[in-house]
Design a protein around this ligand. Structure first.
Ligand SMILES: [Zn+2]
Length: 435
């Protein structure tokens, strides 16, 4: 199954000089206002996050039963204590609330004490536990990850979705070779273009652009990979891709259109400058063309590849369009600040909404966004992230774990769609903005 997601529409503002300055100024003001008001978005951040952390937490009795067991414990900085015996839990009055753990290494004579604030995961008898620190009680609960994942798996199955499989290293190599064969075919089709392959840890970048122009784009893609991992909850160095992500980047539009027709049998591309082909088997191929605006192209490239990342994150669950496009534009703005495109779109969206004071039911549940709506999508995502990165992580993961986005919004932020709409509305001077 192929799910291409066109970048819409590409609203190109050629504003220069004073106009640019004025717009930039407006944005600065809006963002400061957003920051000030965003506190309303997370009245009780600890409560929603801690409530979610408690759902699969071990109770006092279950915690006590782990004493005497052999564990592998991973600290937040990646350091591991392997094969240590748990000799004692130091807890609060509630024995499930752990402040530190005493462990003894196989040949050690004395136990040592590990503070839970520095711990990440613990493995005992093939079962995985996550330390969930709760600031309100200054202690951690032990979340039973195996139980949690089994429950999510069941839920996903009910809607024909599943976790993406972990792919062993040898197989990753096999996929990369498969992509290289495909790119070889592409190269033969465009023989006179003299296309070249640039391979990085996570990307195969195939292009007819001159070598000296390619390097900055590769840096931006790596940055995107890292920043999205951080925002969703993967550790640095985690490879999300099936093998690697494939990017086919042409200089000219005509070559891009021909690629879509030849290799994807697609003749209708709208005004897309890039497309992300997110295949059902996990393969991700981005095709795009640079045209005459290298900065804007950088933003398009990051935007499209972000769709691939969102597709590959955790499970096969599709992310609703406004969230998908909002994240893709937000990350493009973060990684390619030299492109003003996303900021222009945010201002344009605010101006449109000021006239009508409502989304008119044509935003949150639409499968395709109008080009001006991209600005609202990225502004709302930005607002949610600013309010609390932890709540955003919970929100996004909730959807990938099978909650509807509305339920996930309620769980993570304690907000209804109406309230989210108003919170965004307040940042653009429309406090009664309706969805
Ligand atoms: Zn898009």
């Amino acid at each position: 199954m192929m799910v291409p997601r066109p970048v819409s529409a590409v609203f190109r503002t050629q504003a220069v000089g004073l106009l640019t300055l004025l717009l930039a100024f407006t944005i600065t003001i809006n963002q400061t206002a957003a920051q000030r008001r965003s506190t309303r978005l997370h009245a009780n951040p600890a409560n929603t996050i801690e409530a979610a952390a408690l759902e699969f937490a071990l109770n006092a009795e279950e915690v006590t039963q782990l004493i005497g067991k052999t564990a592998d414990i991973t600290a937040s900085n990646g350091k591991e204590e392997q094969g240590v015996e748990i000799t004692r839990f130091l807890t609060g009055r509630d024995k499930s609330q752990i402040k530190s753990i005493e462990v003894k290494a196989p040949n050690a004579t004395r136990s040592k004490r590990l503070l839970v604030t520095r711990l990440d995961e613990m493995k005992i008898d093939d079962k995985l536990y996550q330390f969930q620190y709760l600031p309100s009680v200054k202690a951690a609960m032990l979340e039973d990850l195996s139980k949690k994942n089994a429950a999510i798996s069941e839920k996903l199955k009910a809607s024909n979705e599943e976790f993406w499989e972990e792919i062993p290293e040898e197989e990753q190599l096999k996929y990369v070779n498969e992509y290289k064969e495909f790119l070889d075919k592409v190269g033969k089709h465009y023989a006179s273009f003299n296309m070249k392959l640039y391979e990085t840890r996570y990307f195969l970048f195939y292009t007819d652009m001159p070598a000296n122009q390619v390097a900055p784009y590769l840096v931006q893609l790596d940055k995107m990979n890292e920043l999205l991992g951080q925002s969703f909850g993967f550790k640095p160095g985690h490879n999300i891709w099936r093998g690697k992500a494939v990017i086919v980047a042409f200089i000219a539009k005509q070559a891009f259109l021909e690629f879509e027709q030849q290799f994807y049998n697609r003749t209708e591309t709208g005004n897309a400058i890039g497309l992300c082909h997110s295949h059902g088997d996990g393969k991700v191929i981005v095709s795009c063309y640079r045209g005459n605006d290298p900065n804007f192209f950088g933003a398009v490239l990051v935007h499209e590849t972000a769709h691939g990342y969102i597709h590959r994150y955790k499970s096969t669950v599709n992310i609703p369009t406004w969230i998908n496009e909002g994240i893709a534009d937000w990350i493009a703005m973060m990684v390619v600040p030299s492109s003003r495109e996303v900021r222009f779109r945010q201002v344009e969206a605010a101006n449109r909404l000021k006239q009508v004071q409502t989304f008119g039911g044509q935003f949150f549940n639409n499968e395709r966004l109008d080009s001006w709506q991209y600005g609202s999508a990225s502004a709302i995502i930005q607002l949610m992230l600013k309010a609390s990165p932890e709540q955003f992580k919970l929100f996004f993961n909730g959807i990938k774990e099978g909650l509807t986005w509305q339920d996930s919004l309620q769980r993570a932020y304690g907000l209804t769609v109406d309230q989210l709409s108003q919170a965004y509305g307040r940042t653009i001077g429309i406090p009664a903005l309706t969805p």
